[in-house]
Design a protein around this ligand. Structure first.
Ligand SMILES: Nc1ncnc2c1ncn2[C@@H]1O[C@H](COP(=O)(O)OP(=O)(O)OP(=O)(O)O)[C@@H](O)[C@H]1O
Ligand SMILES: [Mg+2]
Length: 426
């Protein structure tokens, strides 16, 4: 891909590129970081996905083609070629793991080095070889019995502790995705959990301050992120999405998949209306022999509602079981294409007993109009996160080798990533 006279792209520090690899569509955004402005989108490309399911590659060649197409469209629009990308992760195995680590300090003033040591101890303690750490985020610091400390430096004590939040994913699925992207001659500059990225794309300051639950309703997977005290505090994923709603409609009204997708977008709603019994929905036949038939709208609505309701209930119960509902805030923000289903926010309000809204990307200059919907929240958040270096210990790609010695990765050259994190956060 040297049609623009060689790759400049992400070797130029001002140019940033991301890939949102989804079950329904693959998106590539290329942007330039501009002082006082943020990121200006120079080129955007979107292409229907194939060979991908629930964030996992199921057909290497087809997935590679989808990625190549999206990247090529973005490169042509930006008039430059990219060499590396930050990519989203929305696997079924996306999970949160919280650990508390204490280290002894010398009863003197807490310094950067003490913070680094306690974080590195936490990273070294993580011992699940089949999992990769995508993010490691300090939630709370403690000095002796004092909890909830934002910045322990300058304080005196004997014991320094930290509550660390690890966001992890199964390593096998990440390796396949990484391999597929590398086959497109792209280096992976970072991997970000999708709902975390979506949060950066759509959440407003008040929501981050007060606590909020973001639900990204994609085609093949629904992921959730809880933000508390401006930090990502919890993530989870359920391998169900808008494509399941389509399949349910196809089966329920006996129509082909494509026709069911059209019925869903034209008539689908997660909420009943009084006239639903009277309105009839035209349903194309399965085979050439059959004829177009009609089914009451109430049937379509009940099919849609039961699938969305079930998904929300699973998430609600998982948040509760994990103890995350206690800090999940009073607000739900829905992103992803399936959030556009009519009645989805109202149903979320009913199930979660919180206020709900649809999240649309904001704060990006040059974003094409057709990318301003909730289905572009992840892509936009990924590129906005380039500016938001806060609260990230891991800024490069995660270790996918499966035989990690954690301390090596993070210390990298003495004062490594955790030190950089400290500088950026305090
Ligand atoms: N207007 C609409 N009404 C209902 N559903 C919609 C609408 N627009 C898109 N969808 C659904 O949204 C889903 C795709 O959402 P999205 O583009 O966020 O998925 P993705 O990011 O490719 O997939 P995933 O995140 O699951 O890997 C599809 O199931 C599609 O049918
Ligand atoms: Mg998605």
């Amino acid at each position: 891909m040297s049609f623009f006279g060689g790759r400049s792209g992400t070797s130029n520090p001002e140019i940033v590129a991301i890939l949102d690899v989804g079950s329904s569509k693959t998106v590539c955004l290329i942007g330039r970081v501009e002082p006082d402005l943020g990121v200006r989108i120079l080129g955007a490309g979107s292409h229907a996905s194939a060979g991908l399911k629930c964030g996992a590659v199921v057909d290497m060649q087809l997935a590679e083609q989808s990625i190549r197409q999206a990247v090529q469209k973005a490169e042509e629009a930006a008039k430059l070629a990219i060499s590396s990308v930050v990519v989203n992760i929305s696997t079924r195995s996306l999970r949160s793991r919280h650990i508390h680590v204490d280290t002894k300090i010398s009863n003197a003033e807490v310094t950067d080095r003490d913070l680094q040591r306690v974080i590195d101890t936490g990273l070294a303690e993580f011992d699940l070889p089949d999992q990769a750490i995508l993010h490691a985020l300090p939630l709370n610091w403690t000095v002796d019995d004092e909890r909830g400390i934002r910045d322990p430096r300058g304080m005196f004590g004997q014991m320094l502790g930290v509550d660390l939040h690890f966001v992890t994913s199964g390593v096998g699925v990440l390796r396949n995705l990484a391999h597929c992207i590398e086959r497109c001659h792209l280096r992976i500059a970072g991997m970000r959990a999708s709902p975390y990225a979506a949060g950066s794309g759509v959440l407003v300051e008040d929501e981050l301050d007060l606590g909020v639950t973001l639900i990204d309703m994609g085609g093949g997977i629904t992921t959730v992120a809880v933000f508390h005290d401006r930090t990502l505090a919890f993530v989870d994923a359920v391998g169900v999405g808008g494509q399941n709603v389509t399949s349910d409609i196809a089966t329920g009204v006996t129509s082909p998949w494509e026709a069911a997708e059209r019925i869903k977008t034209l008539y689908g709603s997660a909420l009943e209306s009084p006239g639903d019994d009277q309105q009839m929905v035209p349903c194309p036949p399965m085979g050439a022999q059959d004829e177009l038939h009609h089914e009451p709208l109430s049937l379509v609505t009940s099919i849609v509602r039961s699938r969305v309701e079930e998904t929300f209930e699973i998430l609600r119960d998982r948040l509760k079981a994990a103890g995350a509902d206690g800090f999940a805030g009073r607000r739900i923000v829905l992103t992803g294409g399936a959030a556009e289903l009519s009645g989805a926010p109202q149903l979320a309000e009913y199930i979660f007993k919180k206020r709900a809204r649809i999240g649309r990307p904001h704060g990006l200059v040059g974003l094409p109009d057709h990318m301003s919907g909730p289905d572009y929240a992840v892509a936009c958040g990924l590129i906005k996160q380039v500016l938001d270096k806060k609260k990230q210990i891991i800024s490069g790609p995660p270790d996918l080798s499966g035989n990690r010695v954690r301390t090596k990765r993070y210390v990298g050259g003495g004062l490594g990533q955790s030190m950089r994190w400290l500088k950026e956060n305090f």
